[in-house]
Design a protein around this ligand. Structure first.
Ligand SMILES: *[C@@H]1O[C@H](CO)[C@@H](O)[C@H](O)[C@H]1NC(C)=O
Ligand SMILES: *[C@@H]1O[C@H](CO)[C@@H](O)[C@H](O)[C@H]1NC(C)=O
Length: 396
């Protein structure tokens, strides 16, 4: 059964196969799929990880004492629906958003973030420092200043630069004394320089001044620190990047995912709660010698059953759907045939040329999904993956 499905899948894959995707370079050998379902399972999971851009699953955060930053949860809920499917593909500029907590945990308003999990190939679009401003203490209520100036500096290594300059201004802004809540500063330049040379990363320094330029008492104007305040108010760096993997949603890119999901559908880890009835319908149809026409069926990918729920925050799984059924002559418009498929089905029906099969039932519209997960360093990452959900099926 499994082999059969694979053969069908690969027969259809040949038609649309596109080279150059790394995880496709060695195609599934049908012999190895017969060797044992454990091997198939581990090969499939490895392949699935590759689809998610990873070699190995991140070290699972077993004790989930860590709460993902509210900002990242809100961002996820803004870009994705409950199943992780992207609501609006133009909301995010890149396809990755990473959050980092301050590692310095200093008493001073100094911060350092470890960006070692950012891939060299990632294009840095924007970097933001998020600081939580605490309510002023009562003594300040009678202060004559209504605003103060907050400046964020990048600390420089004077032995490397030719100047005696110790720091570089990144961002500066007036903030009301009585405000309370998150303040965001753009620090993209600094992060770009840290990506060029990690040794440049000496951290950030925040200076608070009156409008006249004199220093203000930091006991009065306070930002939450990772050391003394609740986790939900920790200083945070938010990095918007693009890993260049955003592929256009075209027909050609449909088949790789189909291939992986074909295996998932047949292995025990798929949770075919809703597709079970569909499958038994198929079974009935097959017994009666009738093949169901090409259509979209559910295919739930359950991250818990795959063993990934330790590091994936959201979603718990998603419906990838799959396309199944025959594409016999004559192809109606509901089959969404390409002209090519129409001609192929005619050639097949007329048996003009031997060995020309009917067209394939494949996804013809694909949607992206979003994953919110913990990386190896326990940073929370939001990443968008294209072409993960079959939006509709057609004969191609
Ligand atoms: C950053 O984190 C990585 C992985 O956790 C670690 O190997 C590295 O030493 C850290 N770098 C600094 C400067 O702390
Ligand atoms: C530093 O400055 C000196 C003289 O001003 C110059 O000769 C040298 O090339 C500079 N080094 C770098 C790394 O810019």
């Amino acid at each position: 059964m499994l082999t059969l499905v694979l053969l069908v899948a690969s027969a259809c894959t040949v038609v649309l196969a596109r080279p150059s995707l790394n995880y496709l370079e060695e195609p599934y050998a049908t012999e190895s799929t017969q060797a044992g379902s454990e091997e198939v399972r581990s090969a499939a999971i490895k392949r699935l990880l590759a689809v998610f851009g990873m070699d190995d699953p991140p070290a699972a955060v077993t004790h989930r004492r860590k709460q993902p930053p509210q900002y990242m949860l809100d961002l996820y809920n803004t870009v994705a629906d409950v199943d992780g499917v992207t609501k609006d593909p133009y909301l995010l500029e890149g396809n990755t958003v990473r959050s980092f907590f301050d590692k310095l945990r200093s008493e001073q308003v100094e911060f350092r973030f470890n960006l070692s999990t950012v891939a060299r190939t990632e294009k840095i679009l924007t970097a933001e420092l998020h600081l939580f401003k605490l309510r002023p203490q009562a003594t300040l209520m009678f202060n004559r200043h209504h605003f103060y100036q907050v400046s964020v500096y990048q600390l420089l290594d004077t032995t490397k630069t030719n100047t005696t300059q110790m720091r570089k201004l990144l961002s500066s802004r007036l903030i009301p004394v009585h405000s309370n809540g998150w303040e965001v500063f753009t620090i993209t330049q600094a992060v770009r320089s840290w990506m060029v040379d990690e040794g440049n990363n000496l951290g950030l320094h925040v200076v608070v001044q009156t409008l006249g330029g004199s220093h203000m008492d930091l006991k009065l104007i306070r930002f939450a620190s990772g050391r003394n305040h609740h986790q939900s108010k920790q200083p945070m760096l938010v990095l918007f990047t693009d890993d260049g993997q955003r592929r256009s949603t075209t027909l050609e890119s449909a088949d790789p995912d189909t291939q992986v999901t074909a295996i998932l559908a047949q292995s025990p880890m798929a949770a075919p709660t809703s597709s079970r009835s569909a499958r038994s319908l198929d079974h009935l149809a097959e017994e009666e010698g009738v093949s169901m026409p090409c259509r979209r069926l559910p295919l739930y990918v359950d991250f818990d059953e795959i063993g990934w729920s330790g590091w994936i925050v959201s979603p718990r799984g998603y419906n990838a759907y799959h396309c199944k059924g025959s594409c016999p002559f004559p192809l109606g418009q509901n089959m969404r045939p390409t002209n090519h498929a129409t001609v192929q089905s005619i050639i097949n029906a007329l048996k003009l040329i031997k060995s020309i099969e009917t067209p394939c039932c494949v996804p013809d519209k694909l949607f992206s999904i979003n994953l919110l997960y913990f990386d190896d360093d326990e940073n929370v990452v939001l990443k968008q993956y294209n072409d993960m959900v079959a939006g509709s099926c057609g004969c191609h």
